[in-house]
Every structure is written in structure tokens, then in C-alpha cells.
Design a protein around this ligand. Structure first.
Ligand code: HSE
Length: 324
């Protein structure tokens, strides 16, 4: 049995989901993978807040208690680029593996962080950074490694999709966004969701994995200016509006585009409901593969985080404690 100690940065929607999922899955993970997963510290902003199921003695408001503490893996779930970036760099520099759901950080500084990780001999898991519980990162990293990818097209932002579905039922954009916030799908700053930026960050991560060099951003727009009347008009024409993210080969490279698109009802992306995500990957040899499922939310995203933690536990010498 290997013990893998985990320092958790953040105990919001996904962090709490991770703790809950670990409690539910602990004995299966032990039996199936021979791994004992043990959360040693949890960074929170406010110690006094009620957190059912989370051991109060693990909580701290001091980030270095977690990052410099007793942990083989730092799970970063605080989001943003500044503090999260500093803590992730520190974790890597001190020989900790990192698992992160932070698409903004990876889109901004992924190349540098991965270089650091390779130099330090640690891993960065980021399945949860794109499409929540849908294992698209694993599919691109492993399943498609034998093929040349020609295009990626998908619905990558759960909040926008949820909002469009509610607007389609007649709710205003503002009311639909409030619902998405209550359900925990939206970013702390929901303009990231509504502007298309969140989808663009996720697309940049997928494109980097799929195509490597030569990826450039062509245009990014979101759903913030749509009105319920736009959705009604589309529906009268047998169409559905979806926020579509697309990466495709063009002469000299790969172009990324994000924007609201009117899709015929038969388009596979037109049937994506609520906070679901879907990604259609076209490979030269494999042809088209569609992955779809819950792209946001506590437990689906926590399951993606957990899959990275387990993969690190299996592949690393974590049993021998990388951290002295
Ligand atoms: N705000 C994001 C979304 C969360 O709605 O898709 C998951 O990345």
C-alpha cells in the first residue's frame, strides 16, 4: 500500500467535492490501486465558515502551511493566475506534484510550468481544467497520440450553455446567470464565462495538446449581448444557439475561434443541454470522436481531479516520499 499525502489549496465548490468524493471512494481506491490518499492540510479564506464533512483541524488560512507542509501532491483549486501561480511554482520547485483545475493559469503560463515540472521530475495533472468530468485531456494525451488531429470543435463552457438553455425557456440572461452562480457552475467572475474567455482558455489548452506549436487566437466573443428574442428567432428557423469553440488547421498554423453560433437542430452540439460540455475531435486516421458529459460542477470536476491524483500515485515513486 502506498500513502500519497495531499495538500489542498481551496475548499470551494470543487475542493469540497474532492473531500466528499475521497470519503466515498477511499476504500475502492485502496483496493483497486493500492493507494492510501490522505489530505494533510486545506487552504481556506475564512476559517469560521461552515463546511460539512471537512475536518476543521485540517484548515488553514496560510498558503505555505499547505505548500511547504507534509504533502506529495498539491491540489490547486483556488483559480486565478497570481496567487495560484506563485504557489504552484513553489510546489514544483520543492518537488511536489501538482494537480490543478486552473485553466487560466495553464493558458497563461502552461509552457513554463510544464518545463519546470520536467526539470524537477514532477507531474502536473490538469484533467479538471477542461470540460470538468469529461476526460478530454486524457483522450488527447493518450488516445490520440498516434494520430494527427485535424480539428477540435465543442461546447466548453457549462455556464454559457446552461444560460442559453434557460434563456431558450424564456428566462432573462441576468436571471439565468444568477441560477448558474447558485448552482456553482459560474466562475467567481462570471464575465469570464459570458465573454467566451473561459472557453477560449480551455480551447487553448486543448489546442496546445493537440497541435503543439503554431496555435493562434483568431476571435473570441461570448453570449453577454444575446437576448431571449435572439434565441426565439433562431428556434423559429429550426436552429439553436450555442457558444462554440473551434480549433482548425489553416495554412501556416492552427486558428482558435470562440463565439455564439446558430446551429441546425441536427448538429451534435445543438443537443448539448444545461451545464453539459461536448467536444468533437477529428483525427486523420481515427475520424470523428465525440466526448460529452458534465463540464462543470462539484463532483464531476472533483472526479477529474481525483483521476489525476490516482494517476500520479500509480506512476510516481510517491510511496518513497518525494519530499524530504
Ligand atoms: N465556469 C466554468 C464553466 C466552470 O461554466 O464551464 C468549469 O470550468
Amino acid at each position: 500500500m502506498r500513502t500519497l499525502t495531499i495538500g489542498l489549496l481551496g475548499c470551494g465548490t470543487v475542493g469540497r467535492g474532492f473531500v466528499e468524493l475521497l470519503d466515498a471512494e477511499r476504500s475502492r481506491i485502496r483496493a483497486r490501486y493500492g493507494l492510501e490518499l490522505h489530505v494533510t492540510r486545506i487552504l481556506v479564506r475564512d476559517l469560521s465558515r461552515e463546511r460539512a464533512g471537512v475536518a476543521a483541524e485540517l484548515l488553514t488560512t496560510a498558503p505555505l502551511d499547505v505548500v511547504d507542509g507534509d504533502c506529495d501532491v498539491v491540489v490547486e483549486l483556488i483559480g486565478g493566475t497570481h496567487t495560484a501561480g506563485t504557489l504552484v511554482r513553489r510546489a514544483i520547485a520543492s518537488g511536489r506534484h501538482v494537480v490543478t483545475a486552473n485553466k487560466a493559469l495553464l493558458a497563461a503560463a502552461g509552457a513554463e510550468l510544464f518545463d519546470d515540472a520536467v526539470r524537477r521530475g514532477v507531474e502536473i495533472g490538469f484533467e479538471a481544467s477542461v470540460c470538468g468530468g469529461v476526460p478530454v485531456i486524457g483522450a488527447l494525451r493518450r488516445g490520440f497520440s498516434g494520430d494527427s488531429i485535424e480539428s477540435i470543435r465543442g461546447v466548453l463552457n457549462g455556464t454559457s450553455n446552461y444560460v442559453l438553455c434557460r434563456m431558450d425557456e424564456g428566462l432573462s440572461l441576468a436571471d439565468a446567470v444568477s441560477c448558474a452562480q447558485e448552482l456553482g457552475f459560474a466562475e467567481a467572475d462570471p464575465t469570464l464565462d459570458l465573454s467566451g474567455e473561459d472557453a477560449a482558455q480551455k480551447l487553448a489548452i486543448l489546442a496546445q495538446l493537440a497541435f503543439g506549436e503554431g496555435v493562434r487566437r483568431a476571435s473570441v466573443s461570448g453570449i453577454a449581448s444575446l437576448r431571449t428574442a435572439d434565441l426565439r428567432r433562431a428556434r423559429r428557423n429550426g436552429e439553436v444557439i450555442r457558444l462554440v469553440a473551434e480549433a482548425r488547421r489553416v495554412p501556416g498554423g492552427v486558428e482558435l475561434e470562440v463565439g455564439p453560433r446558430r446551429l441546425p437542430a441536427g448538429d451534435p452540439l445543438a443537443t448539448v443541454r444545461d451545464e453539459q460540455n461536448a467536444v468533437i475531435i477529428r483525427g486523420r486516421a481515427i475520424g470523428e470522436v465525440t466526448l460529452s458529459g458534465r463540464g462543470a460542477g462539484s463532483l464531476p470536476t472533483a472526479a477529474a481531479v481525483m483521476s489525476d491524483v490516482i494517476a500520479i500515485g500509480i506512476s510516481s515513486r510517491a510511496g518513497a516520499r518525494l519530499v524530504a
